[in-house]
Structure formats: structure tokens, C-alpha cells
Design a protein around this ligand. Structure first.
Ligand code: CTP
Length: 742
């Protein structure tokens, strides 16, 4: 098998020359490297099914006999190349004698390498390469000769180009992919920019800034930025262009360590990590000298730039040691040592890293293993003892040490969603897909723990920059469709951290809100309950109403500020001691759901019933919310009624809503509740049903009524034991006289 290779970061000349070499002999297999430049990648993306290229990965099995190398003299060594002596190099760069013994080298001094391979095709009248192939080869020649304008262009390039056009190369198609030479206007702007250019170094990155007033030039300047980037080769290039509406900022980077996309998003713009643009609006009528304006813009851009430069590495070892409780830290270190021995990268991931960086206390850990977590768990248990619980179907293990500390070990995994709102299909993966499957960038940060990597921060999705800029941002634009519970999570993080919902994310939330209809009641209820664990649950409730999320649960869900005040009072009130003696009072339930009850109980009985059904609330919860609604509605009007009436009403309700209500209701009602709990509720007449039978009264509804009225008298008038018989006799007299009247 013979193969054709070219250089890394392949461009059109690389691909064009490989293609020409293949056309000359289709038994050769044309291979392109994984890394391609932007223009070529765009073309290949659009036409990949019509092109013959392979990669090392897709190359068929079998031994390689001969290697052709085009447009370079160095190719990255691959294991399948070892020992092969038969190498032929076709290049147009000066000869470097890199394969002196192994290669038959052909060097030509054409502007493009594609040219002299096309020349061989020109000798083959039987060949008709077609529109796509000829266009690709033409782009190879155009790219390396600056559209036939560079001094290095030879008549041979021009002839080869002409032949390709004759054979069908499509100039319109070519223009879509290849860089254009600058127009006169662009050239004029380019000259001004070059004169104003300044170079500085920020966090080890070479940054070139240049400014120009181009209000009189109406032309597109991204080509100028490309030109300057290619010419100056800085790590980052920032152009500040005064246009009619303000200062347009064009940024280009040659490294992924500067996130210009994120920086420009914070300046009314957007783009990719390496190419982005933004705008600082300026009212020229009101502001002064244009040079001062440009200088101010330059300063403010350079001021924020460090926030978007990824430090070459960031080690959080000290933070880990300062903020993680000692017991857990010891355990983490133990696991890290074992992981290192097994050659398994280990990370803490997600909320814990976010909280560490925010200097928040951290308690729960998600430990992610790049490999099989169950294998690591087994090894830990074998060496250190303790209890191991394996969940191989989820690739997780729970290890509880002999000392009783436990940690979850999770295998890095990718997730795919078979349908909107469905639970994801999970597969073991590397750390990268594991981070990319997550909800928001601030939750994608990871700290590596094994061996020499201990403390290294892994920030693959721009989480650090969003953390610094206080933004909640999704990783892709169907995140809320995949998992609509993220709508609730976005609000929770927004309110907890006091961050902003990034504008695209907010748009996605609006567009994808209907996903809530697909969620089961339990999943929504779980998310709403999580709000109750937050410092200010009421801010979450009011926010989901304002965003329109709540109305997707029930159209009538509403919010008013008084409810917010009730929630705040509920949180801030210390319960009086007497509640501790209420046997059976489920304090935890009130703590974990109380704020939700307060909110939902503001709605009508009909809506509460609908919510109970939609959210599949537990029966007890439904009962508590309904009871709280009754208290809210009637209790203030009742407190002047007879204590027995109040008692009988309150006794018909579970105790939890009473306790919950007591934490936020007005003082007078609170006092009445206290009287009920500590007094009236416990009052019982001494006379029992058995005593009444002895007195000759028949069991039945009448007797029940009598006992109730007797109790009411005890509560309301403080009837003593010895007065009860007399009271019963007079009650009987009244009843019998009433009966005779009837
Ligand atoms: N996650 C997600 N989508 C969800 C739920 C969770 O992507 N619907 C991911 C997030 O990356 C999150 C991690 O799973 O960081 C763990 O989830 P959880 O414990 O709920 O998040 P934390 O960020 O730890 O939240 P909290 O601080 O409230 O515990």
C-alpha cells in the first residue's frame, strides 16, 4: 500500500497537492492530518463526502510500502510509518535534506506545491477531475500565491491555475473559502493601524493593539485583522476601529489561551475563542477628541483582557488544603495515591470546584475517575478495608472507610438524550465528554488529584472566566431541551451566587421553556424543594414566576411581595420552645418544604388541588398546603371567637402547618396559637362516655354532642371536675325542653 501525506495544520496547498498526487495515481491513499487550518476545514466540512481523503484513523489495515509527502519535508511520525525507507518528497520550499537516505526528493521553485503536480495532470488529457477537485487544487495555488499576487508566484502557477479554470474550477465557490486580498480602503486602514500599533505583554501573552478612525471608510475589516495577525504573529491582536456608532473591536488570537469570544460577549459582541468582535457605543456629538476616545477604548479593553487569559496552569493545591475538612482531605489523598498507582487520572468536579474558587465551604464531593471507578473502589477496599458498594450499571462505587467516612467514586461518562427531557443514556468516557455533558460552564471546572497533577485546574469550557464575570451560561443551545430541570437549576445558581443569566442562555430558556410539560411531577417537585435549601427560597419562587417558568407548571401560579415577606419572616423567626413538646411534629418536613407551602398556599383550593396532581406531591404535603391555605384565609378572623371553636378548627388540621404558620403570622395570631397548643388543646373533661352510660345516657350522636359541648365548656369557662355533673344535668334539661318544644 502506498500513501500520500502532508504537513500538520494542513492548508489548501497541502490538500490540493495531496489530491493532485492521488489523481495522478489513485492506488495511492491520500491522507490528511487531523489538524487543518480554518479555511480548509470549512471546505472539507462542506464537501467531505465528495473528496477521497483518509486520516490515519480511517486508513485501512495493511503494511505501507511507500510514502509520498507533499508540500513539506517533515511529517509527524506515526507508528505505522516506522522502518519505511521508500519515501518520496514533493515540495516547493527550500530543500532541508531531512530524508537524505530515505527519500527521492523533488523540489520545485513554484509559488504553490500544487502547481507542479497539476502540471503533471496537464499532461494527462484522459483525466477530467471535475468542479470540486479542480476548485480545491486552484485554491491551493491561490492561497500560497496570494491569489497569484505574491512575488514568489511563477508563470507556472498562473498556467496551472488557468488550466484548472479551463477544466471547471469554480471561482465563485473558491471565493467563499479563500482569503481575499485587501481592497484599497482596507489597505488604507491597514496602513493607519500599522502606524498606531502597540505591543505589550500580558500574562505571558504577546498582545498587539492598533487603533484607527475609519468612519469615512465603509469596508469590512476582518480581512485586515487576518492580514495583521499573519504578518505580526502575536498571541492576541486587538483592533479598535472608530466607526459611526462607536468603537468596533476586532480580536484575533493564535492561541486558545485567550478567550476573545468570551471577552467580546462581555462587550456587546461575540465570536469564537480565536476570532471575535464587539462594540463600545460612543456618541461622538457628546465626547471629545477621537484619538482620546480610541486611547480610552484601548485602555479599557486591556484592563479586562487578563480576565480572559487562561493562566498557563493554575494550581489549587493550597485552596484544597485550606478549605476541605481534614478528614475528607485525608481520604481524598488516599484515593489519589491509589489512583496514581493504577495510572488512573482522578478529579474533583462540578459544584465543589466552583465553591472552592468562590471561597465557599465545601462539603459534598463528586470524585470522578477517568477509567473504571469500580476497579479503583475494589483496590481501595482491598488495601484499606471498609465497605464497598458497587453499582456497575452506573459505573459508580461508594466506599465507606473503617472510620465511617464515605465517598462516591464516579467513572467519567458521556450522556446522550434519546428524546427531550428523557433520562440520559450513559457511557463511560474520558474527562472531556464528562465535562461537556454538564449544565453550566461554572459547573464544568475540575481539579486533578492524582500524583504530580495534584491541584491542577482543568477548565475546558470557559468556566473560570464565567465565574469571574458572574455569568450562568449553558454549554450548547439545546441544553434545556435535553434536560428541562436545568431551567430550575439556572435560576437556583443565578439567585444563590447573585450571577446573571448570560443573554444567549436567557434566550434559550425562553425558547425551550415548554420542555417543562415533558417533565414528570416528581422531577419538578424535587427541583422546587431544592429551592427551600437555599438562603432565600422566595427569590427563586419570584424569579421563576417572572421568567414564565412557573406558569408552565400551572397557568395560575403567581407571586406577590407579601408572600416574600412571609417567607423571610418564616426563615428569620426562632420558634418558641413549646413547639418542641409537640409529639409527632415533623420539623424536618417544615424545614425542607415550608417556604414552598407558604408560596403555594396563597393560591385557591382549586389550584392547590391541581398542583398536587401535577407535581405528584405526597398526600401529607398536599394536606399541609391546603391547611395552611385555610389558616391564611380564616385564622385572623377567628381569633376573637370562643376558644373552643378555635380549638376545634385547629384540631382538624395537621400540626405542621400550624407550626409553619406560627413562624410568620402576625403577633396576635401567634399568641392565640400558643394558647391553643399549650392550653386549650390539652383540656379534656373528666367525665367519660362510660360515666355518661352509668348516668343513664344512651351511646349515640346525642352523647357525642354532649361530650363535645362539655369539652367546649371546659375550654371556654374553665369548668371544674365537680361542676361537670351539674353542667351535664342542666344540658340535658335544656335539650329535653327543646325536644318538647319541637
Ligand atoms: N448536572 C447537570 N445537569 C443536571 C444536574 C446536574 O449537568 N440537571 C451536573 C452539574 O455539572 C453539577 C453536577 O452534575 O455540577 C452535580 O450535580 P449537583 O450535585 O446537583 O450540582 P452542584 O453543582 O453540586 O449543586 P449544589 O451546589 O446545589 O449541590
Amino acid at each position: 500500500m502506498n500513501i500520500i501525506l502532508t504537513h500538520e495544520q494542513a492548508d489548501f496547498d497541502a490538500a490540493g497537492s495531496v489530491l493532485a498526487a492521488w489523481l495522478l495515481d489513485p492506488s495511492r491513499i491520500p491522507i490528511l492530518p487531523k489538524r487543518r487550518n480554518r479555511n480548509l476545514a470549512a471546505f472539507l466540512d462542506d464537501y467531505k463526502t465528495r473528496l477521497p481523503f483518509f486520516t490515519w484513523k480511517t486508513l485501512p489495515k495493511g503494511s505501507i510500502d511507500r510514502i509520498y509527502i507533499t508540500d513539506t519535508q517533515t511529517v509527524e511520525e506515526h507508528s505505522r510509518m516506522s522502518g519505511i525507507k521508500d519515501i518520496i518528497v514533493w515540495d516547493h520550499h527550500p530543500q532541508r535534506h531531512l530524508f537524505p537516505d530515505r527519500a527521492e526528493n523533488i523540489y520545485e521553485t513554484t509559488g504553490a506545491c500544487t502547481t507542479f503536480l497539476v502540471e503533471q495532470l496537464m499532461d494527462r488529457p484522459d483525466l477530467h477531475p471535475g468542479r470540486i477537485y479542480t476548485t480545491l487544487m486552484l485554491m491551493g495555488i491561490y492561497e500560497d500565491t496570494g491569489s497569484l499576487s505574491y512575488g514568489s508566484t511563477t508563470p507556472r502557477d498562473i498556467r496551472a491555475a488557468a488550466w484548472l479554470v479551463e477544466k471547471g474550477a469554480d471561482l465563485d465557490l473558491m471565493r467563499r473559502y479563500i482569503l481575499q486580498p485587501m481592497t484599497d480602503h482596507q489597505q488604507q486602514g491597514f496602513d493607519i493601524l500599522m502606524q498606531s500599533m502597540e505591543i505589550c505583554e500580558i500574562m505571558d501573552e504577546k498582545i498587539v493593539t492598533a487603533a484607527a478612525d475609519i468612519r469615512e471608510i465603509s469596508d469590512e475589516f476582518s480581512a485586515v485583522a487576518h492580514q495583521m495577525r499573519d504578518m505580526l504573529n502575536p498571541d492576541g491582536l486587538i483592533l479598535l476601529l472608530a466607526v459611526k456608532t462607536g468603537i468596533r473591536i476586532i480580536c484575533r488570537a493564535t492561541t486558545d489561551d485567550i478567550d476573545f469570544g468570551a471577552m467580546m460577549r462581555s462587550m456587546n459582541g461575540g465570536g469564537h475563542i480565536r476570532a471575535a468582535s464587539g462594540m463600545i457605543p460612543v456618541d461622538y456629538m457628546e465626547t471629545g477628541n477621537i484619538n482620546d476616545i480610541l486611547e480610552d477604548a484601548r485602555e479599557s479593553v486591556l484592563h479586562v483582557l487578563p480576565n480572559f487569559i487562561r493562566p498557563p496552569w493554575m494550581n489549587l493545591k493550597e485552596k484544597l488544603e485550606a478549605q476541605i475538612p481534614e478528614k475528607q482531605l485525608k481520604l481524598i489523598n488516599l484515593i489519589a495515591e491509589t489512583a496514581e498507582r493504577l495510572d488512573t487520572p482522578l478529579y474533583i468536579v462540578g459544584g465543589v470546584v466552583r465553591d472552592l474558587l468562590q471561597d465557599q465551604p465545601v462539603m459534598d464531593f463528586d470524585i470522578v475517575v477517568e477509567g473504571d471507578a469500580t476497579r479503583l473502589g475494589k483496590e481501595l477496599a482491598a488495601i484499606h478495608g471498609g465497605k464497598l458498594t458497587l453499582h456497575p450499571q452506573f459505573f459508580t462505587a461508594k466506599w465507606e472507610t473503617k472510620e465511617g467516612v464515605s465517598l462516591d467514586l464516579i467513572s467519567a461518562r458521556s450522556e446522550t438524550y434519546s428524546a427531550p427531557a428523557a433520562l440520559p443514556t450513559v457511557a463511560m468516557s474520558g474527562i472531556e465528554p464528562d465535562l461537556h455533558r454538564r449544565d453550566f460552564t461554572i459547573n464544568t471546572l475540575a481539579i486533578r488529584l492524582d500524583g504530580e497533577h495534584y491541584g491542577e485546574l482543568l477548565d475546558l469550557c470557559g468556566g473560570l472566566s464565567d465565574l469571574k464575570n458572574e455569568l450562568i451560561r449553558t454549554l450548547h443551545d439545546h441544553s434545556f431541551t435535553d434536560d428541562p430541570t436545568r431551567l430550575f437549576r439556572a435560576v437556583r445558581f443565578e439567585q444563590r451566587l447573585n450571577f446573571d443569566l448570560e443573554s444567549d442562555t436567557l434566550r434559550q430558556m425562553n425558547d425551550q421553556m415548554d420542555g417543562i410539560n415533558l417533565l414528570t411531577g416528581q422531577r419538578i417537585w424535587h427541583e422546587l424543594r431544592l429551592y427551600c435549601d437555599e438562603d432565600a427560597p422566595e427569590r427563586n419562587f419570584s424569579r421563576i414566576v417572572r421568567l414564565g417558568i412557573a406558569e408552565k407548571i400551572n397557568r395560575a401560579l403567581s407571586w406577590n411581595e407579601n408572600t416574600g415577606t412571609d417567607c423571610v419572616r418564616f426563615r428569620k423567626t426562632t420558634p418558641e420552645k413549646y413547639w418542641n413538646y409537640q409529639s409527632g411534629l415533623d420539623f424536618e418536613l417544615v424545614e425542607t418544604e415550608g417556604p414552598l407551602w407558604i408560596w403555594l398556599s396563597c393560591h385557591s383550593a382549586e389550584i392547590i388541588a391541581e398542583l398536587g396532581k401535577r407535581l405528584l406531591m405526597p398526600k401529607k404535603t398536599q394536606h399541609c398546603i391546603k391547611s395552611l391555605a385555610l389558616l391564611r384565609k380564616y385564622f385572623s378572623g377567628m381569633i376573637r371567637q370562643a376558644p373552643s371553636e378555635i380549638t376545634f378548627f385547629l384540631e382538624s388540621l395537621p400540626v405542621e402547618p400550624l407550626y409553619c404558620y406560627a413562624l410568620f403570622c402576625p403577633e396576635a395570631e401567634k399568641r392565640t396559637l400558643k394558647q391553643y397548643i399549650t392550653g386549650w388543646h390539652q383540656i379534656r373533661p373528666k367525665t367519660t362516655g362510660a360515666d355518661l352510660i352509668e348516668m343513664g345516657i344512651k351511646p349515640g350522636p346525642q352523647m357525642k354532642k354532649l361530650l363535645t359541648s362539655l369539652r367546649a365548656a371546659c375550654i371556654d369557662t374553665g369548668l371544674e371536675e365537680e361542676e361537670e355533673t351539674e353542667w351535664i344535668q342542666s344540658w340535658q334539661t335544656v335539650i329535653s325542653s327543646r325536644e318538647s318544644e319541637d
